[in-house]
Design a binder for this molecule. Sequence first.
Ligand code: 4NP
Length: 156
Amino acid sequence: MIKLKFMKILMVCLGNICRSPLAEGILAQKAIQKGLNWKIESAGTYGGHAGEKPDGRSIKVALKHNIDIEKQRSRQFNAYDLEQFDIIYAMDSANLKDLLKHAQNDEEIAKVKMIMNELEPDENVDVPDPYYGEFGFENVYKMLEAACDVIVEKYK
Ligand code: 4NP
């Protein structure tokens, strides 16, 4: 009998309109392709974009790779997420710091990880914030895709 783990994974960035919606969409597609019935969501440490669709530039780059993220809506991270989810991936070190402020015990602290550490352990590489345009959305996509490839193989 093949036993599959049911993973609950939350992707977190600042606004939940650029990076983490892409991370959610990419991982969800990979999980489906592998037949994994995982719960994958995303949230932002900052709630100022709550209720909004992902940034048009994230929607566009996802579509280019046959992933539709347009139906996602931004929401703010909350302390209950630390109870509910198995792993919470921060896109950068500022997100990590904000998430850890909410952790109530060692178990919750252990759930919070830098997403790029899946690819380069302990290097604490940030997924740069593409909102102001200097770091392209395609570059963000490539980084997240590489990390999500490791995540599906590691936890499937
Ligand atoms: P994200 O990008 O954290 O990747 O969603 C940002 C979105 C909005 C803002 C900053 C970053 N903002 O300052 O409104």
